[in-house]
Design a protein around this ligand. Structure first.
Ligand code: SF4
Ligand code: SF4
Length: 178
């Protein structure tokens, strides 16, 4: 099974941002990133990596350590983490792998780099209160089977609660400008 994202990924000096790791050291969750010595325990215990040819938490950590800012923030695999924290529990160096991934996702989201599926979910939460828009057909089926109506979402209250969270602010900005 391939260990890195893609064999074509030759690292060019121009891609390396030497300041990136120092920025990460100051962020909550990624303070211990430099402790990683690439043992691979996080990858071998990760339930997502087990079913993916591309998702490797160890590789994500290494890209961040090397200062491959754009590459790691644009990596689609960043969004495959299920946040189960197994990697964090098992890392012999105490690297909070899942939290590092969260930090990197937040940085990506600040730049508007968010997979379409998550943008759709976030938009749905902000407009309906549900992560998925429930199709009218399903609602009618429930009625036909005598099931009680689904509780109404409260998107206004959610929007207030989520105000200030960069991910949702970015999504809201994106939807208001589109
Ligand atoms: S388990 Fe910890 S030390 Fe080992 S590769 Fe993963 S982050 Fe690095
Ligand atoms: S938190 Fe993410 S990277 Fe860590 S084991 Fe779970 S799915 Fe894998």
């Amino acid at each position: 099974m391939a260990e890195t994202e893609k064999p074509k990924d030759v690292i060019r000096a121009s891609e390396i941002d030497p300041k990136f790791k120092y920025e990460l050291l100051k962020m909550h969750g990624s303070e211990k990133i430099l402790r990683c010595f690439q043992c691979g325990t996080c990858t071998s215990d990760c339930p997502v990596a087990r079913f993916s040819d591309t998702y490797r938490p160890r590789t994500i950590i290494r890209m961040a350590q090397l200062g491959l800012r754009d590459r790691v923030l644009n990596s689609e695999t960043l969004w495959l983490c299920a946040a189960c924290f197994t990697c964090t529990d098992r890392c012999p160096q105490g690297v909070e792998v899942a939290s590092v991934i969260r930090v990197l996702r937040n940085l990506a989201a600040e730049k508007g780099i968010v997979p379409a599926v998550f943008k759709e979910q976030a938009n749905s939460i902000l407009t309906s209160g549900y992560a998925y828009n429930i199709p009218e057909l399903k609602i009618k089926k429930r009625e036909a089977q005598g099931l009680p109506p689904l509780p109404r979402g409260n998107p206004e209250s959610l929007r207030k609660t989520l105000k200030g969270i960069k991910f949702f602010d970015t999504i809201q900005k994106g939807s208001s400008s589109s």
